[in-house]
Ligand binder design. Structure first.
Ligand SMILES: [Zn+2]
Length: 324
């Protein structure tokens, strides 16, 4: 049996896991990232996390380490160009630096959404399918695409950025600086922004359970508060969520037209909304796709949850064939 180590590198935690060839996590370790201590210290803690899970296995049985990292990644070179979670990391050689700290062990890195997509492709909701698209619905909207059984990352490794497809000509400004991106209309951040907008505007005569929190501590309103208010029949919450679902449906309709995937997988915090999201979303997408596409795809929640980063990292390094 061979093993790989998957590392989920987040802004708060580094989580490493020893994964066997069947995609089963055998052991996990967790360290604080402590971004402010700088690149070298963070990579040292990543090395500690890897060593902690790898101790029980002979080194020659470990294929390597696969990392899912937020940001723009040059996967072949192991370089993080920029990352929103690590403002000081510009063109840092993450792969090489970690490899040096692990006695030359093979290290591969990928964008975190791409790595999650690989995990769902290998062992989750995309298992057995060759063409899948995955959207991570959280603070932003990350994305990954597997085409004909291979992760598609474009000619510079920058694709896909499905969260930044343009949905409306006008609309809120996105984190990327553009206007009307899917992420600016249908992410958790977008839901919070739109809720505050409605609470502050002409709808003030609507009763809303969100209003008290909006008055006392508006910065503490989270997307899950909006989903909770919606379950209680709150009209503002309902409007906000219905709007987000409509925009997400437009995005997914475009995705289906471009890729003709067998499955579109939704992961991340917002996907926990379950049927409140999925049922109207499936109806809206079906209404919008070209008729010949109906019944060619499924829209499914991810199956691996918080373990996707580790499982996908392990797959990334074990499926990578050295190109000389
Ligand atoms: Zn954008």
């Amino acid at each position: 049996m061979k093993y790989s180590v998957g590392v989920d590198l987040g802004g708060t935690n580094i989580v490493a896991g020893l994964v066997n060839e069947d995609g089963k996590i055998l052991k996990k370790s967790r360290f604080k990232t402590r971004v402010m201590e700088g690149f070298d210290k963070v990579v040292s803690r990543m090395a500690m996390a890897v060593k902690e899970v790898a101790t029980d296995v002979a080194q020659q049985d470990i294929i390597g380490v696969g990392i899912g990292s937020p940001g723009s990644i040059e996967s072949d070179k192991g370089i993080v160009y920029v990352s929103p979670n690590f403002p000081d990391w510009i063109n840092v050689p993450l792969g090489e630096t970690l490899s040096d700290k692990l006695d030359g062990m093979k290290v591969k890195i990928g964008n975190d959404a791409n790595v999650i997509t690989l995990a769902e492709y290998w062992k989750g909701a995309g298992k057995g399918k060759d063409n899948i698209v995955c959207l991570t619905l959280g603070t932003g909207i990350g994305s990954g695409v597997v085409l004909n059984g291979k992760l598609y990352t474009g000619s510079n490794g920058l694709a896909p950025e499905l969260g930044h497809m343009s949905i409306t000509e006008n609309g809120p400004i996105c984190g990327c600086g553009q206007i009307g991106c899917l992420e600016a209309l249908a992410s958790a951040t977008a839901i919070i922004r739109r809720t505050k907008e409605l609470l502050s505007s002409s709808h003030s005569d609507f009763r809303s359970s969100l209003r008290r929190k909006y008055r006392t501590s508006p910065d503490e309103i989270e997307a899950k508060d909006v989903f909770e208010a919606d379950r209680e029949g709150d009209p503002i919450a309902r409007q906000v969520i219905d709007e987000a679902i409509k925009y997400l449906a437009i995005g997914i309709k475009n995705i289906i037209n471009i890729f003709n995937p067998q499955v579109v997988i939704l992961t991340g915090g917002m996907a926990n909304a379950g049927n409140r999201l999925l049922i109207p979303l499936r109806e809206e997408v079906k209404r919008r796709v070209i008729p010949s596409f109906v019944n060619t795809y499924e829209i499914l929640p991810g199956e691996l949850g918080d373990n996707a980063g580790i499982i996908g990292g392990a797959y990334l390094v074990s499926s990578y064939d050295e190109r000389k």
